[in-house]
Write a protein that binds this ligand. Structure first.
Ligand SMILES: Nc1nc2c(c(=O)[nH]1)N(C=O)[C@@H](CNc1ccc(C(=O)N[C@@H](CCC(=O)O)C(=O)O)cc1)CN2
Ligand SMILES: Nc1ncnc2c1ncn2[C@@H]1O[C@H](COP(=O)(O)OP(=O)(O)OP(=O)(O)O)[C@@H](O)[C@H]1O
Length: 204
């Protein structure tokens, strides 16, 4: 797949998710809570990274609210200031102050003291633009998640964190090409299915 066709596919999948009705979005968000709130994966995780849905992404907000009620420590991605290309995960505060990143996505006002090393997290919910049955993923194209978790290339079987991609079922494609820098996810959950790819990640 050429960079151009990757770009085309990304555009097409982003349009598909943005075209979902509000009702379909709400149903999908509820499905996420149903699938994940009682899962061992969630129950066992104390430090969890979320995202604030944008651009028609499946919305984990209900799940985030659930986790905060359970007193789990929840984090959101914060982009390092341009031209830096890094991304941190910052702990959410009860009285959070907000800003917008360079793409217009709301994020916590940066405070490095509240950011953790990615390997300290137990579970990272990653927004996907596209995915296939093998667990290959297509993101927004910034490479932020790939760079943050690149350390996984150097050592197989990192226990932490579990990377769980979230997407609408309509974002599934036949097969995605893998780039050398792509960090595979350990599982993918959509409103219709859950693929657990890492051996040892248990169902239910
Ligand atoms: N909700 C959410 N938050 C997130 C991400 C995400 O995918 N979803 N990210 C995941 O990485 C990071 C932000 N990454 C992003 C990367 C590209 C674009 C984007 O809209 N790119 C433009 C091109 C802009 C340009 O070239 O300057 C585009 O595709 O139109 C948005 C977010 C951190 N926060
Ligand atoms: N480990 C890395 N080191 C340096 N650059 C990287 C790394 N990983 C990815 N990149 C760069 O990021 C760019 C975007 O990669 P890609 O198209 O795979 O994004 P993506 O997977 O859709 O985005 P994301 O990881 O944010 O979800 C690529 O041009 C690539 O060169």
């Amino acid at each position: 797949m050429t960079p151009d066709s990757r770009k085309q596919l990304r555009k097409q999948l982003r349009t598909a998710r943005r075209s979902l009705s509000r009702a379909a979005q709400q149903r999908a968000s509820l499905q996420l809570v149903r699938r994940l709130s009682q899962s061992r994966l969630l129950l066992r995780s104390q430090h969890l990274a979320f995202y604030l849905a944008a651009d028609g992404e499946i919305d984990p907000a209900l799940l985030l609210a659930h986790c905060r009620r359970l007193r789990k420590t929840c984090y959101l991605p914060v982009l390092h200031r341009w031209p830096a290309t890094g991304m941190g995960f910052q702990r959410l505060l009860p009285q959070q102050r907000w800003t917008r990143n360079r793409y217009g996505i709301r994020e916590p006002l940066a405070n490095r003291k509240l950011q953790v090393k990615p390997w300290r997290l137990d579970l990272v919910l990653m927004p996907l633009v596209g995915f296939d049955d093998a667990g290959n993923r297509l993101g927004m194209g910034g490479g932020f998640y790939d760079r943050t978790f690149a350390y996984r290339h150097r050592r197989q079987n990192w226990q932490k964190p579990v990377l769980l991609g979230l997407a609408h079922a309509c974002q599934k494609t036949a097969s995605l090409p893998v780039a050398s820098w792509d960090v595979p996810v350990d599982g993918i959950v959509s409103d219709r299915e859950q693929l657990l790819l890492r051996p040892g990640l248990q169902r239910s």
